[in-house]
Design a protein around this ligand. Structure first.
Ligand code: PAF
Length: 291
């Protein structure tokens, strides 16, 4: 019954947010973009391999929000999370169901009311902007998880979101994606090369190997059942996306703040908590952080 389907308030109507909003609205959920001031509806074009689709999302300003937001979708770029959450401040409590669809890890830590349930979404779909209104999507697998039970609306959403899987313990899926992001993104950003350079350039491949080894050492410390072997998984991603510009390279090219703090920074902070250092990651963070 459509009446009981969620109404999501979306923070961050970029590529990831647009993709999630597309599938959610197909499944009958409502999605409104939260903007700083009253704004006309957002029109977006999604370009899939087999179709072009248009999506119109209503916008609401903080003054138009309900007292308590029941469903919050956070898809802002990680450096802007705090600013985005300010728009909904006072409208969240521990009953709010949050769905986080962002790169990296930890961007919501300490920023939500205690006890808030956070569903995590991880996608291997390649989503990139052609212009602010056009999002190009190469669909692949997406995982939802992080809670012991799937939400009751999941089965309905799976009928509209291709290859959407449930994973109660989603950590290893997140870590695998995190390591790919922590290796491919900063190396391609620093050297201004497409992802495939990690496969073709022996020096970059060497750097990738060192980054993977450090990440695997840390992740095995965090959970001894971590399977490791990240280097071959990362090379596989670089090969499959060889012609692509990573999101961090794209951010750097347009002079935007990168997501390195939520990616390599998260790994480094975990390492420091365990008295470890990740020198190759640390140096990359230093190289890519504007002074
Ligand atoms: O962030 C990205 O650009 C992607 O997730 C990937 C595949 C790691 C690099 O293009």
């Amino acid at each position: 019954m459509t009446e009981s389907l969620p109404h999501w308030y979306l923070l961050g109507a970029g590529n990831m947010g647009t993709l999630a909003a597309w599938y959610l609205t197909r499944a009958g959920h409502a999605v409104s973009v939260v903007t700083n001031s009253p704004t006309p509806p957002r029109h977006k074009q999604l370009i899939f391999s087999d179709q072009n689709a248009s999506l119109t999302l209503p916008c609401v300003s903080p003054a138009q929000l309900p007292d308590t937001i029941a469903y919050l979708l956070v898809a802002s770029k990680t450096p802007y999370t705090e600013a985005a959450l300010r728009r909904v401040s006072g409208h969240l409590n521990s009953t709010t169901q949050v769905l986080r669809f962002q790169n990296g890890m930890g961007a919501l830590d300490g920023r939500l009311p205690p006890g808030t349930n956070v569903l995590e979404a991880i996608t291997t779909s390649a989503v990139k902007g052609q212009s602010p209104q056009h999002t190009i999507v190469a669909e692949n697998t997406t995982w939802l998880g992080g809670l012991s039970q799937p939400p009751e609306w999941l089965a309905g959403l799976q009928r509209h979101w291709p290859d959407l899987r449930w994973e109660a313990d989603i950590r290893f899926v997140q870590w695998k994606k995190l390591v790919a992001n922590a290796v491919i993104n900063p190396l391609t950003a620093l050297h201004d090369v497409p992802n495939g350079a990690l496969v073709d350039d022996p020096a970059l491949q060497q750097a990738a190997r060192a980054l993977c080894a450090e990440a695997d050492t840390l992740l095995t410390t965090l959970d001894s059942s971590w399977p490791g072997n990240s280097f071959s998984a990362v090379l596989q991603v670089a090969r499959a996306t060889a012609g692509n510009t990573s999101s961090m390279r794209a951010d750097r090219q347009r002079g935007a703040i990168t997501e390195i703090e939520a990616i390599n920074g998260w790994l480094l902070r975990q390492a420091q908590r365990h008295g470890m250092d990740l020198p190759t990651h640390r140096r990359l963070i230093e190289a890519l952080t504007p002074t």
